[in-house]
Design a protein. Structure first.
Length: 95
């Protein structure tokens, strides 16, 4: 099975749109089946992090699923996540 190493902008936008539908179970279950390292790749990518934005505020995604996704990221130390979120290479916005 392929491992997620990059996130494309069209793929991210597609997931964001699909998460706006009433039944998000297929998308959310697929995300829950991903490895923690793949979820970190998604979270730390400028395009992929937008998927997390939608998940966290989408009414169709229940709190249990949100917590499970967050818990899967807890295997990483704060310093690892801080590095990925705060270094210029990994920031969402460009000047």
């Amino acid at each position: 099975m392929p491992v997620l190493s990059t996130v494309s902008l069209p793929g991210s936008v597609l997931l964001q749109v699909l998460l706006q539908f009433q039944d998000t179970s297929i998308i959310v279950n697929s995300l829950l089946d991903m490895k923690s390292s793949e979820l970190k790749t998604l979270a730390c990518d400028p395009s992929g992090s937008r998927v997390y934005d939608v998940i966290m505020f989408c009414a169709a995604v229940n709190e249990k699923c949100r917590n499970t996704l967050i818990n899967k990221l807890k295997v990483f130390t704060f310093s690892e996540l801080f590095y990925y979120f705060c270094t210029p290479v990994h920031t969402r916005y460009e000047d």
